[in-house]
Design a protein around this ligand. Structure first.
Ligand SMILES: CCCCCCCC/C=C\CCCCCCCCCCCCC/C=C/C(=O)SCCNC(=O)CCNC(=O)[C@H](O)C(C)(C)COP(=O)(O)OP(=O)(O)OC[C@H]1O[C@@H](n2cnc3c(N)ncnc32)[C@H](O)[C@@H]1OP(=O)(O)O
Ligand SMILES: Cc1cc2nc3c(=O)[nH]c(=O)nc-3n(C[C@H](O)[C@H](O)[C@H](O)COP(=O)(O)OP(=O)(O)OC[C@H]3O[C@@H](n4cnc5c(N)ncnc54)[C@H](O)[C@@H]3O)c2cc1C
Length: 665
């Protein structure tokens, strides 16, 4: 892809940039986690931008095979460059290198570093780590995470692949006994990877011990041919993710050494004796907790890209009745309803951005304990990563779609970059746990928290507001609608909803319903409770970050944006609890005032994300705002325009116009 040549900047954008009330660069440092990171990121961006090896025509004009091939080349080239630059051990640097080098190509080896390596880190015994981790980190082997099967994705315990231990050879026999047991979906499994962590039901000494993980070699390390008993391939085109070979895998009695079972938490001894080292069997699901926490920040990044495009476009696109004769047509951003659509997306983006940082810190605080088998904070971490993954990707997809629609017809063109951002974020609602299922996990945890509160037990920090009795509703009438007050109201809303659902649940239990049936009976309501709980977490993280900003101007603009986020939640969640008409009207008025207040900072707020044109890949979101010329240039690249008369004319249209039958052709 070629970076668009920066032309003379559209004066309408220059004008909007001049309106910023705060130092944009300083906000960028905050978002990056410090000036040092910003500088490092920019250095990396420059390195990649200068490297002609990463340049190519837009992938949207390529076939799927071409896209896949290009993505493999670029992904491997990235690894080579990272090694040459000695950046492999720096996760921040290598992450940004990958992003800027492959901004719109989901990597065919992405699963290797997002799931395969983390699984080896979390599930291997120390000795197994020695054996495999370094090879994986050096990319001597390329792996994926093969859990989902045709028949089972959500219900993990229903997985059918078997790993049966044979003590005579001290091997496991990996087998797909049915069509529905064929692994389906794993990224890079089809063509790219030569190893996989395979999730299978462990059988030994005549007993099944549930799902465990096994390292399975799929392809020969020198020829890349699939090994005997291994049948694998690509699952075909999808709604997006064209550059990645999500694959299928059928295992026909494939034998692997006993030592290839990942044995950090459980072990099968040479004679077949099964030993569980830690009691919590859900530790096997640890990689998913990690990736779910990453998805929240990925969703925020997706919105940041879409919002940058849509806000810039809204500054340069004029359409509508001029306010007076001879005046120019209004810009899209002059319409209050357009401001509302875009600024609420920006507010969601900042909220999720800050919440993802808090969640990642929590994960990395808790993880060392978990690795040592101390799992006290695991339920909170699981509930938050599951719920925030769902809320983050739901919001991410919704906001990107809103930004796309805000760009009218151009938003539907691949030239805008928006369809691709949407298609990259949308599958996150499904993978790593379908969102409704994830909200139910959070809801289940919250129900248990109410029970613990009733017993007077201490709750984890993010659950500490949960009581067994209702609290009075904070008054929204009277004083100013501060962020603290609004957050207090959302806390009350979350607790009220939860107590209501918990009351219903208990009444079903008192009527002697089974726990699982009572759970199903409240499940619809429980997903709303989980969302309310997660939104509270996002709001708290947002407000804490706003308050922590040292520059008062940044603190001011972030607090206003946070208030917009919170007010929008109060208004849209008013139906879940009792909110008086007058309180609702006050909140609506406050939203209108905030839109007027924030509008001059709209461009500054998105440009603080500091996304170069190379990253946005958008004709209408360019830094220079020269949209129309660039759009024409883009269309000229369409392969359909290679000749004036397309071959289909000679083949079909000419025959049709001459009245000849097309059926024989
Ligand atoms: C890399 C370094 C980064 C460094 C950072 C540098 C800075 C850079 C900045 C940002 C980085 C961003 C990076 C961006 C990249 C992110 C992009 C991500 C792209 C990833 C591509 C992913 C591709 C997709 C992969 C997959 O989809 S893999 C397959 C995933 N599958 C699922 O998720 C299945 C969903 N199902 C389940 O999880 C479970 O089956 C279940 C629904 C939870 C139910 O399980 P079951 O066993 O039936 O449960 P029960 O027996 O009923 O027990 C419930 C019980 O267990 C507890 N539980 C459940 N899960 C967990 C868990 N995971 N952990 C702990 N506990 C768990 C649950 O709470 C219950 O507990 P109680 O009984 O006590 O109530
Ligand atoms: C792009 C992409 C990449 C993927 N990559 C990988 C990978 O690398 N490795 C891997 O192992 N897997 C991967 N997956 C698979 C993914 O994890 C599963 O698709 C996902 O977990 C959902 O499982 P499922 O497809 O079986 O859906 P189902 O479980 O069949 O869900 C269908 C619908 O039923 C609902 N539902 C299911 N169970 C319940 C319930 N108990 N209560 C209420 N509603 C329910 C769900 O909410 C959903 O709407 C990937 C998927 C995609 C789309």
């Amino acid at each position: 892809m070629t970076n668009p040549v920066v032309q003379k900047v559209n004066p309408m954008l220059t004008e909007e940039r001049a309106k910023a009330s705060f130092p944009v660069e300083e906000l960028t440092y905050i978002l990056d986690g410090g000036k040092f990171n910003t500088e490092k990121r920019r250095e990396i961006e420059e390195l990649v931008t200068k490297d002609p090896n990463f340049e190519h025509p837009p992938i949207q004009f390529m076939t799927r095979e071409q896209q896949y091939s290009l993505a493999v080349k670029k992904a491997l080239l990235v690894q080579q460059r990272l090694k040459e630059l000695d950046m492999l051990d720096d996760p921040y640097a290598s992450y940004f290198f990958r992003r800027i080098a492959m901004p719109r190509e989901v990597s065919p080896i992405g699963l290797h570093w997002v799931m395969f390596v983390p699984t080896l880190m979390g599930q291997c015994s120390d000795e197994q780590r020695e054996r495999w981790l370094q090879r994986a980190l050096n990319y001597e082997i390329i792996g994926t995470y093969a859990q989902t099967e045709m028949g089972h994705g959500t219900f993990l315990r229903g997985i059918e692949t078997t790993a049966t231990y044979d003590p005579s050879s001290q091997q496991f026999v990996l087998h797909s006994p049915t069509t529905t047991s064929i692994k389906w979906w794993p990224g890079g499994l089809g063509k790219t990877c030569n190893y996989a962590v395979v999730v299978a039901q462990l059988h030994t000494q005549g007993r099944c011990h549930g799902v465990h993980m096994f390292l399975v070699q799929l392809r020969d390390e020198s020829t890349h041919r699939s090994l005997p008993g291994v049948v694998c391939g690509d699952i075909g085109p999808k709604m997006g993710y064209h550059t990645i070979d999500n694959g299928f895998l059928q295992l026909n009695s494939v034998r692997i050494p006993r030592e290839n079972m990942l044995m950090r938490n459980a072990e099968v001894q040479p004679d077949g004796t099964y030993i569980r080292r830690v009691s919590n069997e859900k530790l096997t699901y640890g990689t998913m907790v990690f990736v779910r926490s990453l998805i929240v920040s990925d969703a925020a990044r997706g919105i940041s890209e879409a919002a940058t495009i849509a806000v810039r476009y809204a500054c340069v696109r004029r359409q509508g009745e001029p306010s007076s004769p001879g005046a120019p047509e209004p810009r899209l951003l002059d319409y209050p309803v357009h401001q509302y659509r875009l600024l609420t997306c920006v507010a969601n983006c900042y909220g999720l951005w800050f919440a993802s940082e808090v969640l990642r810190d929590l994960y990395f605080t808790v993880q060392p304990d978990v690795l040592e088998g101390r799992t006290e904070r695991l339920p909170e971490t699981h509930a938050l990563s599951a719920g925030l993954k769902a809320v983050g990707s739901n919001r991410g997809a919704a906001c990107v779609e809103e930004c796309r629609r805000c760009c009218g017809g151009f938003g539907f063109s691949e030239a805008s970059g928006l369809p691709k951002i949407y298609n990259d974020i949308n599958p996150a609602c499904t993978y790593e746990g379908e969102n409704t299922v994830m909200l139910l996990q959070t809801g289940r945890h919250l129900l248990k928290c109410v029970e613990r509160a009733r017993r007077g037990e201490q709750l984890a920090p993010s659950d500490a507001y949960i009581r067994s009795r209702p609290t009075p509703q904070p008054k929204l009438a009277g004083g100013p609608l501060t962020a603290d007050l609004l957050l207090g109201w959302l806390r009350w809303r979350s607790l009220s909803m939860l107590l209501e659902v918990s009351g219903r649940f208990n009444s079903f239990i008192e009527q002697r319903q089974a726990w699982a049936d009572a759970f199903q009976a409240v499940s619809r309501r429980l997903t709303r409770c989980a969302e309310a709980h997660c939104i509270l977490y996002v709001g708290q993280a947002f407000l804490d970050s706003a308050k922590a900003a040292e520059n008062p101007k940044i603190c001011g603009v972030l607090t206003s944006l946070c208030r917009l986020f919170l007010l929008n939640e109060v208004v849209s969640g008013a139906g879940d609890v009792q909110l008086s008409r007058s309180d609702l009207a006050r909140c609506q008025d406050a939203i209108d005032s905030l839109l007027t207040e924030l509008r001059p900072n709209a461009v500054a707020l998105v440009e603080a994300f500091d996304l170069p044109d190379r990253m946005l890949c958008s004709v209408i979101g360019r830094y220079d705002g020269q949209v129309y010329e660039a759009m024409l240039q883009w269309a000229r690249q369409s392969p359909l325009n290679a000749t004036d008369v397309h071959e289909s004319y000679e083949l079909y249209t000419r025959q049709f116009l001459a009245g000849r039958s097309l059926a024989k052709l």
